[in-house]
Design a protein around this ligand. Structure first.
Ligand SMILES: NC(=O)c1ccc[n+]([C@@H]2O[C@H](COP(=O)([O-])OP(=O)(O)OC[C@H]3O[C@@H](n4cnc5c(N)ncnc54)[C@H](O)[C@@H]3O)[C@@H](O)[C@H]2O)c1
Length: 334
């Protein structure tokens, strides 16, 4: 079967989805919508699509099988509800929504309309991450004991759109945007969920009203503790996850490489070649639709990421450890 696909939002990430679809016969992108019509026109002419400024009009006239939502975070709820109610399967960009209350509304609408939703937690499909997970599961380095994740990069660049710096539109700053990738990665690698957090967040950044960085200690349901540190301030760029085992250690640089040690210096290990993560993500979505199963990043799973991110802010505000609200949603990961 070939699925007709419409894209809601023609910003930075929309082109990556369109490029990935061009290598998949089962997906036929037909239209794209953006309030900024120049943007939707540009991608429409590059990929041979119809262009709209109003995504509701696009969904109503095109009646796509799948809608991809690549909008600012505060619009994820509204656009997902609209697409679900018109019977579209949905690939919703991360994070699922601004907070768990919105996630619950999306989950209810998707279930009510019996469509499939995947949230774009791309780290599940990155070659180095998948190889790291295979090493963990093989037990070759013993039992996983702890994880430390560091993500430092200048966040306030002119290229980053203003909405990313407005709490009401983005939900938060670097800890929401990149932190949702980190929490996803830590949960996915350890096959467990963050249950408690103790965070300290810094608000020295001048642009908008979001944080500029922060650190947290995370307690996961597997019993494996993790730390995360994110800084959007000037400094050396770092994107590393270090995993410590009973019989060795592992250094994961997503998208770059994987190193292991069972005693001496780290040695780089080969990472199998694979399709682009966005292609694998689409294949997972199609499999979920056709087999009536959940995708890797199901709604329940993606809600757990939003719940953990929300708890970072609450913990920092209260100055105490906070239990993550997983509601009644279970994704089978403890
Ligand atoms: N998976 C990843 O690795 C990854 C990478 C980048 C971004 N993202 C996510 O993708 C989403 C979009 O991010 P981006 O960087 O592309 O943002 P962006 O600001 O570049 O794009 C958003 C687009 O939405 C448009 N828009 C705003 N309101 C609209 C409306 N009511 N109707 C139609 N269009 C509207 C804007 O004009 C803009 O073109 C976010 O959720 C972000 O976190 C994910």
């Amino acid at each position: 079967m070939t699925y007709r696909v419409a894209i809601i939002g023609a910003g930075n990430i929309a082109g990556s989805h369109l490029e990935a679809m061009s290598s998949l016969d089962s997906l036929a992108p037909c239209a794209i919508a953006d309030l900024n019509k120049d943007r939707s026109d540009a991608l429409a002419s590059r990929f041979g699509l119809r262009s709209y400024s109003d995504y509701k009009e696009m969904i109503a006239s095109e009646k796509p099988d799948i809608a991809i939502v690549t909008l600012p975070h505060y619009l994820h709820l509204e656009a997902s509800m609209f697409a679900a109610e018109r019977g579209c399967h949905i690939l919703l960009e991360k994070p699922m929504a601004l907070n768990v209350k919105e996630c619950d509304e999306i989950i209810a609408a998707v279930r009510r309309n019996k469509v499939t939703m995947m949230v774009g937690h791309t780290h599940h499909y990155t070659a180095e991450n998948r190889e790291a997970k295979a090493w963990i599961e093989s037990g070759r380095l013993g039992r996983l004991l702890m994880m430390n994740d560091r993500r430092h990069l200048r966040y306030d660049t002119p290229a980053r759109p203003d909405w990313f710096f407005e709490k009401a539109k983005a939900g938060g700053g670097i800890l929401t945007n990149l932190g949702s990738h980190t929490i996803d990665k830590l949960q996915w690698l350890s096959d467990s969920r963050v249950e408690k957090v103790k965070a300290r967040i810094d608000y020295s950044q001048k642009r908008g009203d979001v944080e500029g960085g922060g650190s947290a200690f995370l307690d996961l349901s597997s019993g494996i503790p993790a730390t995360m540190s994110q800084s959007g301030y000037p400094g050396a760029v770092v994107d590393e996850t270090e995993l410590l085992f009973t019989g060795g250690s592992m250094l994961l640089k997503s998208g770059i490489g994987l190193w292991v040690s069972d005693g001496g210096e780290y040695r780089e290990v080969p990472v199998p070649e694979q399709a682009h993560p966005f292609v694998l993500q689409f294949e997972d979505l199609i499999g979920a639709i056709e087999q009536g199963r959940e995708p890797e990043s199901s709604m329940a799973y993606s809600r757990s990421v939003v719940a953990a991110v929300e708890s970072l802010y609450l913990s920092s505000e209260l100055g105490t450890e906070v239990s993550v609200d997983h509601g009644g949603e279970s994704d089978g990961r403890g």
